[in-house]
Design a protein around this ligand. Structure first.
Ligand SMILES: Cc1cc2nc3c(=O)[nH]c(=O)nc-3n(C[C@H](O)[C@H](O)[C@H](O)COP(=O)(O)O)c2cc1C
Length: 208
């Protein structure tokens, strides 16, 4: 039985969101094939999670400069521990699903904040003699991204590439993506774009 975390990164309601709708179709298909798997969901716009702030960074900098944990202020202790626990919980999932719209060529900022809270040393990666290695081995990511324009394969596509890079850094190299592009730009093709995206998402769910 696998545990999956679905990270929805969109303040819009699912019924109004292209990316969330396609992700839901993926999840429904996946659930049919893997009824015993557990899928937890977080929407980074609706759900609270610990974020990196001044106290967190101040606490980390003390620890990075070999100062003892006891030297941190109470709030620094509490916030660095909360992020450690959050990253630990994240690391226990077997598979990840992310759905987001492209915003100004990038992922929405709260998804970046989420990533900053899970890319944590000794939880999802660790330093070795000449670099770092990811600790999330044999895990998978499914990513669905919706955008107004069409960017797949172009140098302007940096958001799916970023997720591949940062998940790769954490050790997740099996990444499958669906781009839902141009729905609003080409309204006459909207139904067909959605149909093809859902078809691709459902086919990727078969062996996810
Ligand atoms: C703040 C903001 C920034 C956006 N930036 C881009 C962009 O850089 N490129 C683009 O093609 N579309 C951009 N869009 C449009 C959305 O990516 C597009 O409408 C997408 O299909 C929305 O997906 P959703 O329905 O899942 O939210 C932007 C939309 C918003 C609200």
């Amino acid at each position: 039985m696998a545990k999956i975390l679905y990270i929805a990164a969109n303040p819009k309601d699912e019924e109004n969101s292209i990316s969330l709708k396609v992700a839901r179709k993926f999840i429904e298909k996946y659930k049919k094939i893997n009824p015993d798997d557990i899928i937890d969901e977080i929407n980074v716009y609706n759900d609270e999670f610990p974020i990196v702030d001044k106290d967190t960074v101040n606490g980390w900098e003390k620890l990075w400069t070999a100062q003892p944990f006891e030297s941190l202020s109470d709030v620094e202790k509490q916030k660095t521990q909360a992020i450690d626990e959050f990253a630990e919980e994240f690391s226990l999932y077997d598979k990840y699903i992310i759905a987001n719209p492209m915003w100004n060529f990038n992922i929405p900022p709260k998804l970046k904040a989420f990533i900053d809270s899970v890319v944590i040393v000794d939880k999802t990666f660790k330093f070795i003699e000449n670099g770092a290695i990811g600790l999330l081995e044999n895990k998978k990511l499914f990513h669905v991204q919706s955008s107004g324009g069409i960017y797949k394969g172009s140098p302007h596509e940096i958001s799916d590439s970023y997720l591949r890079t940062i998940f790769g850094f954490m050790g997740v190299t099996d990444v499958r993506s669906v781009f839902v592009e141009g729905v609003y730009m080409f309204p006459e093709k909207a139904a067909e774009i959605m149909k093809q995206a859902i078809k691709k998402a459902q086919s990727l769910a078969l062996d996810f």
